[in-house]
Design a protein around this ligand. Structure first.
Ligand code: SF4
Ligand code: SF4
Length: 348
């Protein structure tokens, strides 16, 4: 076995048929472990670098075989719920093996580069037809830079388009390993005010902004990655303010970053279940989707900030009030429904 076959990574999941993490149809490789702790995180199971046990209530039949099997007495069954004492759970996986219905899952498996390569190559025909490829995301993939670099290199050897999705908080050395094999850099600027950034994510933003300037220079010198997409999550009562979007736009314009795309990503609440499975409370539990009007308003602010208007768009699910139904009493009633939009007309 050669060296390249034995580099291990900590995988959260491989998600196929993604259309959100770069052009075309993509297979996204989510890795475990992150350098930020965003309060709105949509992948809370990716934050910890360690394996984590989760319980899926809908699959549980209450047999309590898991409780009996745990060598650490980490599990109890109270009020029809499995309670996991995470202070003493060692993530050994015995209960997962014992559960007859798949109601317990261990997130974060060790995987080799070769195993991921073989898995992803199954999707090559989709990439070729759609102009897609792979995206490595997380968590923060640069925490596993050796693994990611080797994997991306293998992708390039197979003529597959590669994207790196990073939160920007990583040492330069980690980027230097990965970027030679990266076609598209997906880079988050979440909040321009450093104090707020710290409040929302656990870290200030100076290093993230400086890294972006350095990486932009790297791209000019090395010609790789060829494309830069900046992404800003629009979070209600946090990043989704006119002041923040205008500030980010001014930073991009002032530093001549010229991203190929600046994407405002609408908040969604689909991750609520994930927090419940991990036994965690989510700050944004009660928040609903934003409206198309709110997203369009912020997009207009972005377009007037000095960044090339043509390259700015918003994406994600939003609520609209455009649909009217008749109630039982024949009263017209507006109904919320979701749509995925924000792409320029020619792309939607
Ligand atoms: S993973 Fe191991 S230690 Fe944790 S609850 Fe299951 S059996 Fe117990
Ligand atoms: S073994 Fe599985 S189905 Fe049985 S109580 Fe535990 S989690 Fe539920």
């Amino acid at each position: 076995m050669t060296e390249k076959n034995i580099i291990n990574g900590r995988l959260l999941e491989i998600q196929r048929m993604s259309t959100e993490d770069g052009p075309g149809i993509r297979t996204t490789i989510f890795l475990k472990g992150c350098t930020l702790h965003c309060s709105w995180c949509h992948n809370p199971e990716s934050i910890s670098p360690k394996p984590q046990l989760q319980w899926l209530k809908s699959n549980c039949i209450g047999c309590q075989l898991c409780v009996a099997a745990c060598p650490n007495n980490s599990l109890s069954y109270i009020d029809n719920q499995i309670i996991i004492d995470r202070n003493i759970c060692e993530a050994c996986g015995i209960c997962v093996e014992e559960c007859p219905t798949g109601a317990l899952e261990m997130m974060g498996q060790e995987i080799t580069v070769e195993e991921v390569v073989q898995e992803v190559l199954k999707d090559k025909a989709y990439f070729e037809k759609s102009g897609g490829g792979i995206t490595v995301s997380g968590g923060e993939p640069t925490l596993q830079a050796g693994f990611v670099a080797e994997f991306m290199k293998r992708m390039k050897e197979n003529d597959i388009h590669t994207a790196l999705d990073t939160c920007g908080l990583a040492p330069a050395a980690a980027y230097e390993k990965i970027l030679p094999y990266t076609d598209l850099l997906l880079y988050d600027i979440k909040e321009i005010d450093s104090n707020k950034h710290k409040e929302f994510t656990g870290s200030s933003n100076e290093k993230i902004l400086n890294n972006l300037l350095t990486l932009s220079e790297w791209m000019k010198i090395h010609g790789s990655p060829k494309a830069l997409w900046i992404r800003t999550p629009i979070i209600p009562d946090a990043t989704g303010t006119e002041e923040n979007i205008a500030g980010i736009g001014q930073f991009i314009a002032k530093n001549n970053l010229h991203p190929d795309r600046w994407e405002l990503c609408a908040f969604n609440n689909l991750c609520n279940d994930k927090y419940q499975r991990l036994g965690q409370k989510w700050t944004f539990e009660k928040y609903g989707l934003l409206s198309a009007d709110e997203m369009e308003q912020l997009t207009e602010i972005a377009k007037n900030s000095g960044v090339n208007r043509e390259n700015i768009l918003w994406t994600g699910s939003v609520k609209t009030k455009e649909k009217i139904i008749l109630t039982k009493d024949n009263e017209p009633k507006p109904v919320d429904y979701c749509r995925i939009t924000g792409l320029p007309d020619e792309e939607s």
